[in-house]
Design a protein. Structure first.
Length: 157
C-alpha cells in the first residue's frame, strides 16, 4: 500500500472514485456544499487502484474531514488516512479536527470514537435540508435506519 496526496492523481481517477462510491463528488453537510474531487486529501493506492481516500478542508483554525472511504475495511486503511490528516493538521498548528456523519452511520460513529473523537453536536433534521440541494440522498440508510440528523464529532489536537 502506498499513500499519496490526491493532487498527485489524475483528476479523472478522483472524480470516478466519488461517482462510483457516492453517486457524485458533491457532499452536502451542515458545514457547506463541497465538490470532493476538488478538495485536498490523501489516497491509498494498491496495485494502481485507489482503495482508500480522505478529503478535508482547513479553515478558521480547524481541519474538517469531508469524506473518508476505505474499500477494504478492517485493514487499517481508514486509520492510516485519518492519521495522515491529523499529522497534517498538527503540522499546521491546527487545534481541532472535526467531521460530520449521519445518524445511521453507526460504523463511522464507532470508528471515530475509537480514534479519540467525541460527539460534539447534533443537527436535527439536517439531512432534510441537504436533500433540497442533493435530492438523491436516500431516506433509509444503514441497518434500515431513517437518515435524518447529522452528528459532529471533534478531536482536540
Amino acid at each position: 500500500m502506498n499513500i499519496v496526496s490526491v493532487n498527485e492523481l489524475p483528476q479523472k481517477i478522483v472524480l470516478d472514485f466519488f461517482n462510483l462510491h457516492w453517486g457524485s463528488p458533491q457532499m452536502v453537510i451542515s458545514s457547506g456544499v463541497y465538490n470532493c474531487s476538488e478538495l485536498d486529501g490523501f489516497a491509498v493506492i494498491k496495485d494502481d487502484v485507489v482503495i482508500g481516500l480522505i478529503t478535508y478542508v482547513v479553515k478558521n483554525g480547524e481541519c474538517e474531514i469531508i469524506s473518508l472511504d476505505s474499500i477494504e475495511e478492517g485493514k487499517g486503511i481508514g486509520t492510516l488516512l485519518v492519521n495522515e490528516v491529523e499529522s497534517l493538521a498538527i503540522s499546521r498548528k491546527v487545534k481541532l479536527l472535526k467531521l460530520i456523519t449521519t445518524n445511521d452511520n453507526l460504523s463511522a460513529l464507532k470508528f471515530y470514537q475509537k480514534r479519540g473523537f467525541i460527539l460534539a453536536k447534533i443537527f436535527n433534521n439536517a439531512v432534510e435540508k441537504a436533500r433540497k440541494v442533493k435530492p438523491e440522498i436516500p431516506f433509509i440508510g444503514n441497518d434500515g435506519i431513517p437518515i435524518r440528523d447529522e452528528i459532529e464529532l471533534v478531536k482536540y489536537l
